[in-house]
Design a protein around this ligand. Structure first.
Ligand SMILES: C[S@@+](CC[C@H](N)C(=O)[O-])C[C@H]1O[C@@H](n2cnc3c(N)ncnc32)[C@H](O)[C@@H]1O
Length: 221
């Protein structure tokens, strides 16, 4: 399995759990999980912070996958309500149509998006719900600005690579691996690129919101 692109610490996951449990926190963003959903999957779940804060009722199967073994073991120490598995979004260890809802909170930008969407489409039942939070191009421009001010060439090249991936998704439904060092994907997304990628992966009722957060939701055809 590829190493995770983004390598957050336990402190990051615990802080995100605090934010997820505090509706007044500025970064608070939880997926709206319809009450009819009986099986829910979080991809790139970290320590399961989003599932934990979603307080699903006992009859709901809650699964979370992440390639980061340390995040999963932290998650297992926090809750026994979530079924954690070590996996990437590009290769999901579930059979077809297993879930009523799949979500991924700030983790899709670290995946090969067309491959991950194809897998999500496969494991969702027809009519199932998808919810994704994404990174807008402004995220790359901000990182680039910090790097320029810090005089870091690599710091400039990396956000350019994530912008190239936005274009590549938009034009060719493809993602390029970071060509230097550790094999990894990272991208920022455009609304139009995500719209096309979701249509190609057999999603309908696509809604893209660009306000405080960049969120896409859709239903499996
Ligand atoms: C920014 S953290 C988000 C964690 C959590 N979803 C949240 O909202 O706080 C990104 C997560 O994506 C995971 N990740 C990185 N590459 C991945 C991949 N290819 N498939 C699934 N998860 C991945 C990382 O290990 C990390 O836990």
């Amino acid at each position: 399995m590829r190493a995770p692109a983004f390598d957050p610490t336990a402190e990051y996951h615990l802080n995100e759990l605090r934010i997820a449990q505090d509706a007044s926190a500025p970064g608070h963003l939880l997926p709206p999980i319809p009450a009819t959903c009986k099986a829910v999957l979080d991809i790139g779940c970290g320590a399961g912070q989003t599932l934990i804060a979603s307080s699903l009722s006992t009859g709901v199967l809650a699964c979370g996958v992440d390639p980061d073994a340390r995040a999963l073991s932290l998650g297992r120490s926090l809750t026994d309500r979530v079924n954690f598995a070590s996996a990437t979004g590009e290769y999901l260890p579930f059979s077809d149509g297993s879930f009523d809802m799949v979500f991924s909170r700030v983790a899709l930008p670290y995946m090969d998006i067309p491959a991950a969407l194809a897998e999500i489409s496969r494991v969702l039942r027809p009519g199932g719900h998808l919810w994704l939070s994404l990174h807008p191009p402004a995220f790359a421009f901000r990182t680039m600005g910090h790097a320029i001010r810090a005089g870091s060439l690599r710091g400039v090249v990396f956000p350019v690579y994530t912008l190239v991936n936005a274009l590549s998704l938009h034009l060719a439904n493809r993602q390029l691996l970071w060509p230097f060092g550790r094999r990894r994907y990272e991208s920022v997304q455009t609304a139009a690129g995500m719209n096309r990628a979701l249509q190609r992966a057999r999603f309908k009722d696509i809604r893209i919101q660009r306000n405080r957060f960049f969120v896409a939701s859709a239903r499996r055809t």
